[in-house]
Every structure is written in C-alpha cells, then in structure tokens.
Design a protein around this ligand. Structure first.
Ligand SMILES: NC(=O)c1ccc[n+]([C@@H]2O[C@H](COP(=O)([O-])OP(=O)(O)OC[C@H]3O[C@@H](n4cnc5c(N)ncnc54)[C@H](OP(=O)(O)O)[C@@H]3O)[C@@H](O)[C@H]2O)c1
Length: 257
C-alpha cells in the first residue's frame, strides 16, 4: 500500500537512537524527507547519513534539546527553510529509571524530571512547530505516549501521570486544528523490545521477565510493529482518524477499546 507521504517533510524528535530513529527510517522508507532532532550531534549525523544512503531521501540533523525554547526556535527555522513540516512525530526521552512503586516515588526531583521529559518537552515542541502546519491545510501530528495512560500499570506513576497529560493535550489540539486538515493522535506502546538500549535499563531483570507474561501473545513487540502503526497514522489513508490513541501493547490492556 502506498501511504501517500512521498516528498512530505517529517520531523521526528528524540531520534538519535531507539524508537525515534526507527520511526525515522520507517517514514524514510515510504519516501518522506526527514529532519532528526536530539541532543547528540554525532549520533544524529550518523543516523541522517544512514537514512540518506539506505532510503535515498533527504535527511537533516538538527542538534538540540526539546527542553530548550531557543533550540526549538532554531529547529522551526530549519524546517521552514525546508518548506515547512508536514508530519510531526513527538517522541520523548524516558522517565527516570528504574521506575518504583507509586508510594516510593517520593523524590520530587524525579517528578520534576518526569514532568519535563514526558510532558513539558512535548508541549514545547508541539507549540513551537505545529503552527507552521496550519497554512499547509494538511498535517499529521503523532505523539508517542504509553499504554499506561489508558490503563495505569504498577510502578509506572512517573510515566502514567504525564503521558495522560500528553493525551489530553493532543485531544484538545485535535479539536482545535482539525479544520486545518491536521490530524492529531497518540500511539501508546507497552512491551516493545528495547534491547537496542545500552547503559541503564528501564526495568530490572525481574520486572522485564514478568512483563513478557502480561500479554496474550506472550512476547515483547518489535520496533517494526510499533513503527508500522505510526507510519499508518502518518498516511493519507488515516485522514479520518484524529483525537485517538492507538495502543500497541500485544493485547495487554483489559479494556474493550
Ligand atoms: N518500549 C516501550 O514499550 C515503551 C512503552 C511506553 C513508552 N515508551 C517510550 O518511548 C520513548 C522512546 O523509547 P526508547 O526506548 O527509544 O528510548 P531511548 O532509546 O532511551 O531513546 C531516547 C531518545 O530521546 C532523546 N532525548 C532524550 N532527551 C532529549 C531531549 N531533551 N531533547 C531531545 N532528545 C532527547 C535521546 O537522544 P539524545 O540523548 O541524543 O538527546 C534518544 O534519542 C520513550 O519516551 C519511552 O518512555 C516506550
């Protein structure tokens, strides 16, 4: 299926590695030109080079932090010079880890850090970048949240609280800018394999083993499986899906919808 995004300009935040980088590759494989944004310039440049070589599209690396307004203003300028963004994929950094039981999360510095990385940064990028979509009368905004925002998971308070905030922000934005031809959705993952990560793990080994048993499929999801859903939401075909959250969690959630 041709997703109809060939030649569109896609910004993927937090894309120097992990899910953001994989999403960028997936959209590039569909012919979208890519702008990468994260803090580590050499990693970003390497990802941009690989995208150009593998997919034959334009890929631009802009180094900066989602936490810095000046960096986002600079990013907006680069996007504008490239013709303006069409597809905005809001990936963020992780909450502090390892996560703890809710009543053990009594360190306000961890709450502040989680607020910044999960919610404030996302709002700051959306507010700084999305206005340039309005004049184009077409756009796709997709925020990566967490299945925990739909059904709170144990030891996930630092994620749940702020991902729920992102979900609320995105729903409101969908209502406000839909008439400009822009859809706004969330993708809520859980149990997606992150064995690409080096350094600090998000879960203790015991937590990781237990998590595999939480889904009827009895396994972790792959990066391809989440990136495919995100690419669909970015497509022409998904034009009547807005204000929604699509959970990609192997059937772990108990709710009907
Ligand atoms: N895997 C799952 O099942 C699952 C479930 C729920 C939610 N998620 C969420 O999915 C997201 C991606 O996960 P991941 O495993 O790919 O994470 P990751 O491997 O830790 O990658 C995080 C990325 O965020 C960037 N980043 C961090 N802070 C930044 C900032 N201030 N400004 C710009 N970029 C920043 C990092 O690059 P630099 O260091 O170069 O800036 C890096 O590219 C996370 O928010 C995670 O919590 C995943």
């Amino acid at each position: 299926m041709d997703l109809g995004i060939r030649g569109k300009l896609a910004l993927v935040t937090a894309s120097s590695g992990g899910m953001g980088m994989n999403i960028a590759h997936t959209l590039a494989a569909e012919g979208a030109n890519i702008v990468l944004f994260a803090r580590t310039e050499d990693k970003l440049q390497a990802v941009a080079k690989e995208i150009r070589e593998r997919h034959g599209v334009e890929a631009t690396a802009v180094a900066g932090s989602m936490a810095e307004k000046a960096d986002i203003a600079r990013l907006a300028g680069r996007l504008d010079a490239l013709g303006g963004v069409d597809i905005l994929i809001l990936v963020s950094g992780r909450p502090p880890n390892p996560l703890r039981p809710t009543l053990d999360e009594d360190d306000l510095a961890r709450w502040d850090q989680a607020y910044q990385s999960q919610l404030r940064n996302v709002i700051q990028v959306a507010n700084g970048i999305a206005p340039q979509m309005l004049g184009k009368r077409w756009g796709r905004i997709i925020a990566i949240t967490s299945a925990s925002a739909k059904e709170p998971m144990a030891v996930h308070a630092l994620s749940t609280v702020f991902r729920a905030g992102v979900t609320a922000y995105m729903k409101g934005l969908a209502n406000e800018i839909g008439s400009s031809g822009i859809t706004v959705n969330c993708v809520a993952p859980a149990l997606i394999d992150t064995s690409h990560r080096t350094g600090s793990a998000a879960y203790t080994p015991e937590q990781a083993a237990k998590r595999k048993t939480l889904t009827p499929l009895g396994r972790m999801g792959t990066q391809e499986e989440i990136c495919g859903v995100i690419a669909f939401l970015a497509s022409q075909q998904a034009g009547f899906v807005t204000g929604s959250t699509i959970a990609v969690e192997g059937g772990m959630l108990g709710s009907l919808f």
